[in-house]
Design a protein around this ligand. Structure first.
Ligand SMILES: [Ca+2]
Ligand SMILES: [Ca+2]
Length: 110
């Protein structure tokens, strides 16, 4: 009896891991898109585009540190200045002081 329960719990965990939000961006993917990897990738890109546009408040096509900070706040994360600096530095791979869409995608897919 107990063994059966453990087995079922392991199954649940495996199922959960499949549908879980793997890149931690808070966007849940339904079981339908999981059937088609290509479509899922497109949807994900679309979602990222929307998220990027939402964060890019001044619409200059890149995210400044202030916009990143505002975005975190919007998502309910209270990020300290030091942490934001570290994350921004990590995200800004070409070191131009702003996050472009390519860098944003990379961060969100980590
Ligand atoms: Ca901007
Ligand atoms: Ca950059």
């Amino acid at each position: 009896m107990e063994e059966a329960k453990t087995g079922s719990e392991a199954m649940d965990a495996a199922n959960c891991a499949k549908t879980q939000d793997m890149n931690g961006n808070g966007i849940q993917r339904g079981p339908i898109s999981a059937k088609e990897p290509a479509a899922q990738s497109n949807n994900n890109k679309q979602e990222l585009k929307l998220a990027f546009a939402a964060l890019d408040v001044d619409k200059d096509g890149v995210l400044s540190k202030d916009e990143m900070k505002a975005g975190f706040k919007m998502l309910g994360f209270n990020v300290s200045g030091h942490m934001l600096d570290a994350m921004f530095e990590e995200a800004d791979t070409d070191g131009d002081g702003v996050i472009n869409f390519t860098e944003f995608c990379r961060v969100m897919s980590l």
